[in-house]
Design a protein around this ligand. Structure first.
Ligand code: SF4
Length: 214
């Protein structure tokens, strides 16, 4: 029997964060996460329940529909952002091959808690939520900066340095945490931290929230 993928939502938008901010993208949000809200109490995504359970063809149809609605059709080079939840639990060779055959570049945003097969994707973002994580290389490391504003693994720049030790990424980003009821993201302390860290660290802002897009 063909494998089926648990999917929460599929939509067209611009990637909001990191080095690919501003890129026209179809987001494929898988259901399910191996960490969960106990580990990440400020998690801003709803990944718990699958809205769609589809095989490869059904998943392609959802992606095509989102591209039709957002971009007037699928175009070569559109970014397919595999996210979640934890997308590495579901994205596999058959789905990756099928998406690439439709012309998509595949980007994955993973919590890095388990090794990721990099041959399945064209861009790998790791955003660890635990100080010990498995996937130490990729295209970008994106750390949410908890600072004094939230519980988390990055209370200060020393913790950021420790987490990044021994990793190999093309880009290093520190991103403010947007905690509901906290009066907005902790921009000021994140800016100070990036200035203290210096290169290769850069600030990543959730530009989609600033612009009011998904
Ligand atoms: S790993 Fe990501 S999706 Fe899972 S609970 Fe944490 S922030 Fe949310």
């Amino acid at each position: 029997m063909a494998k089926r993928y648990g999917i929460r939502e599929v939509f067209a938008t611009l990637q909001g964060e990191g080095a690919q901010a501003g890129t026209p993208s179809v987001f494929l949000r898988f259901a399910g996460c191996n960490l969960g809200y106990d580990v990440c109490p400020w998690c801003d995504t709803d990944w718990v329940k699958a809205v769609y359970t589809e095989d490869v063809e059904g998943t392609l149809a959802l992606v095509r529909q989102a591209a039709d609605e957002g971009f007037g059709g699928e175009r070569p080079g559109l970014l397919l952002v595999a996210t979640g939840g934890e997308p590495s639990l579901q994205l596999d060779r058959p789905l990756s091959d099928a998406l690439r055959a439709r012309g998509y570049r595949i980007s994955m945003e993973s919590n890095g808690s388990r090794p990721v097969d990099r041959s399945l994707v064209d861009w790998l973002t790791i955003s660890p939520k635990q100080a010990g994580f498995a996937q130490k290389e990729g295209d970008e490391l994106k750390l949410l900066f908890s600072g004094t504003s939230a519980p988390g693994i990055t209370p200060n720049v020393e913790a950021v340095r420790r987490i990044a030790e021994g990793t190999r990424f093309g880009h290093y980003f520190l991103q403010p945490i947007d905690i509901p009821g906290n009066g907005g993201p902790n921009y000021a302390e994140t800016v100070r931290a990036v200035m203290e860290l210096g290169p290769p660290w850069r600030l990543s802002v959730q530009t989609h929230k600033v612009m009011g897009i998904p």
